[in-house]
Design a binder for this molecule. Structure first.
Ligand SMILES: [Zn+2]
Length: 146
């Protein structure tokens, strides 16, 4: 894996944080990630008067990932309004896991960690694939046919 330019990622996260819409919590957040094709995607938190509907910065980040061509996240960082490193909340670790490249790195409050370290034994696409129920639409017999 290529060397991660954490300083550049942090600059993108700081820039995103400055666009946050956080009139209720006054807690702006910016996140940025390196994609496996070399793009950098970012996002800020967007709150709502209906407090529970607030979107974390990672929500905007993964939306940007999809909108700008998809791919998988290689490295991630997140900052608060003081520019301090911030840990993604539990929900956002799940969001990031879904779009992570194997061995994705995160800059965390306790150093660089892998995605598997911040969300061990994660539920994800492989969980669903392993279950793979039989699709009733593909059944060749039904009560009416018998
Ligand atoms: Zn979150």
């Amino acid at each position: 894996m290529a060397e991660i330019d954490w300083d550049t990622l942090r600059e993108h996260a700081l820039s995103a944080m400055q666009r946050a819409y956080a009139p209720y919590s006054k807690f702006p957040v910016g996140a940025a990630a390196l994609v496996d094709d070399g793009r950098i995607v970012s996002g800020c938190n967007v709150e709502n008067a209906s407090y529970g509907l607030g979107l974390c910065a990672e929500c905007a980040l993964v939306s940007s990932l999809a909108m700008t061509g998809g791919g998988h996240l290689v490295a991630f960082t997140c900052v608060d309004g003081n520019g301090e490193t911030l840990m993604p909340c539990g929900r956002c670790r799940q969001l990031l896991f879904e779009h992570s490249a194997p061995g994705m790195l995160l800059n965390t409050v306790s150093g660089i960690k892998t995605i598997d370290e911040v969300i061990p034994d994660a539920f994800g696409p492989s969980t669903l694939a392993a279950f793979a129920p039989t699709d009733p639409a593909n059944e060749t017999t039904c009560e009416a046919c018998q």
